[in-house]
Ligand binder design. Structure first.
Ligand SMILES: *Cc1c(COP(=O)(O)O)cnc(C)c1O
Length: 369
């Protein structure tokens, strides 16, 4: 028997840059709440990174999406089209507004929302589309923006899993009317909990800032003309965000290198489908993900069990949202169901070493023989 091996987690953050210094600066200066220099600094750095003029920082990715919908005036009479293969937050935020959640299927080629199916699901009440850049691969933003323009719909990119990914040479978070990111602990950069909205429109940005702060009148403090929210980010979170932004390019380079090693390894193993890469896309491999084909010797769940025995953590793909109790509707979304049944997220931290990767690939080689 080998020595017991260290457990390889699916994701862990890397916080060994200026994070400690900037957070200490907040503590020592007393600026721990939602005023302080790091918040506008983080907003500007992140907007610049996405290639848009405006960023609005909020306390997590879920409220970022909710604030986007609310700012665009989406409510009970409306329908919003989104993929079923995503994290539950994408659907829940639509439900919070009272609008109807309408699921479109995903496509095999990118694992993201199928634009032909969006077209079939547009009705007179459809107001918006939420494409999700699943596991770091962008949705087909050129086709989605063209359809949205034709039908007069808003687009809200859920870019929570794809900081830095590109579609048609442009960063995600720059296409839609308002776009949302998350900085949860396992996202590409983290602020502990946190979120950001990116936007090209000054008026919408002003409205987001207003609603983020309880819709307080800019002219008269503590005077409120409508019902807003406390969705503000703290200076402590933003301090982490600024430190993480200083290294985001390095983090992304590391993600590409990890994906290269995985891709090279898996291309030699029969019965595994590699993650997608459309020719117009530059994915960021938030979660390096594969599909277990039906001719692989073990099922997806058996593979996960064997990985666990070898000290390697993994996760199944998201369950299709249209099959879970709050949203169950008897709908058939064949590509979504198939991807969800066969998909695994493998360890994807930027802290992974070459020998970790070798161990993971060896575990698959052993299963394949
Ligand atoms: C993480 C995530 C969110 C929500 O972000 P939180 O910061 O955890 O609220 C939304 N959508 C997708 C696709 C995500 O992966």
């Amino acid at each position: 028997m080998d020595q017991p091996k260290e457990f390889i987690p699916v994701y862990e953050p890397l916080l060994n840059g200026k994070e400690e210094e900037y957070v200490l600066d907040c503590l020592r200066s007393g600026w721990v709440s939602s005023l302080g220099k790091y918040i506008p600094q983080f907003e500007n750095l992140f907007a610049q990174f996405c290639g848009v003029p405006y960023g609005v920082a909020v306390c997590n990715g879920t409220v970022a999406l909710h604030l986007a919908l609310t700012t665009l005036g989406i409510g009970p009479d409306d329908e919003v089209i989104l993929p079923s293969l995503t994290f539950i937050a994408t659907a829940n935020v639509v439900r919070y507004t009272g609008a109807k959640v309408v699921f479109a299927d995903s496509e095999e080629k990118t694992w993201t929302i199928d634009v032909a199916d969006i077209r079939r699901k547009v009705t007179a009440r459809t107001k918006a589309i939420i494409p999700v850049h699943l596991y770091g691969h962008p949705a087909d933003m050129r086709a989605i923006m063209a359809l949205a323009k034709e039908k007069g719909l808003y687009v809200i990119e859920d870019a929570a899993e794809a900081h830095g990914a590109m579609a048609y040479g442009k960063r995600v978070g720059s296409f839609g009317n308002i776009n949302a990111f998350s900085f949860y602990g396992n996202k590409i950069i983290t602020t502990g909990e946190g979120g950001m909205l990116t936007c090209n429109d000054a008026g919408l940005t002003e409205r987001m800032r207003f609603l983020r702060d309880h819709a307080m009148s800019p002219e008269k403090r503590y005077w409120h003309t409508e019902v807003g929210y406390n969705y503000r980010m703290t200076n402590l979170q933003a301090a982490l965000g600024v430190a993480q932004m200083e290294r985001i390019d390095e983090f992304l380079q590391r993600k590409y290198a990890l994906a290269d090693i995985y891709n090279e390894g898996f291309s030699q193993i029969h019965g595994i489908t590699l993650p997608p890469k459309a020719d117009w896309a530059e994915p960021v491999y938030w979660m390096y993900s594969i599909l277990i084909n039906d001719d692989f010797p073990f099922s997806r769940d058996e593979v996960m069990k064997k990985l666990k025995e070898a000290g390697i953590d993994s996760r199944p793909f998201f369950y299709p949202i249209h099959t879970m109790p709050p949203y169950e509707n008897g709908q058939s979304l064949p590509v979504t169901d198939n991807l969800s049944r066969r998909g695994i997220n493998l360890p994807s931290s930027i802290t992974l070493t070459t020998s970790d990767l070798k161990r993971i690939l060896d575990a698959f080689r052993q299963m394949a023989t």
